[in-house]
Design a protein around this ligand. Structure first.
Ligand code: DQA
Length: 144
């Protein structure tokens, strides 16, 4: 739907709140959804937040975002960021703007997190700012 922002979350992000809170913070994905909902409503937008541990679901949802005429996608692909050519291709295949978000700063972590298959095809990248990164991505998409 026009005016809807898809917020797509990849593997292990269902465990936010208890998963390595010193890295990812103590907020759950539901907490982040509530923050986004409030802010989106103020801006006259709607949020469609989803999470899956399966790569193909994320590919399908990127296609769906375009088919539904979404205003944009906020994508935290989790570890698939660093491995998935399929997600790279899916982001490239759609015209819907996609902003890549990470709670942590992958560049300050293990070398295997330094490469992203998403960044080259994303409208922008926000990382290292915790849950606030999702809100900043929402602001960016709301302003085109
Ligand atoms: C993450 C960073 C990834 O390297 C990691 O695999 C995740 C979460 C983040 O939000 O900081 O699952 O995308």
């Amino acid at each position: 739907m026009a005016g809807t922002i898809y917020v797509l979350n990849g593997p292990n992000l269902n465990l936010l709140g208890t998963r390595e809170p010193e890295i990812y913070g103590s907020q759950t994905l539901d907490d982040i959804a509530a923050l986004l909902d409030d802010r989106a409503r103020e801006m006259g937008l709607a949020i469609e937040l989803r999470q899956s541990n399966h790569e193909g679901h994320l590919v399908d949802w990127l296609h769906e975002a375009q088919a539904e005429g979404a205003a944009g996608v906020i994508l935290n692909a989790g570890a698939l960021t660093h491995t998935s050519v399929a997600l790279h291709d899916a982001v490239k295949a759609i015209q819907t703007p996609v902003i890549e978000v990470h709670l942590s700063n992958p560049h300050a972590r293990e070398a295997f997190r330094h490469h992203s298959f998403i960044s080259a095809v994303a409208r922008g990248v926000i990382c290292g700012l915790g849950a606030r990164g999702y809100l900043l991505a929402l602001e960016a998409l709301a302003h085109g």
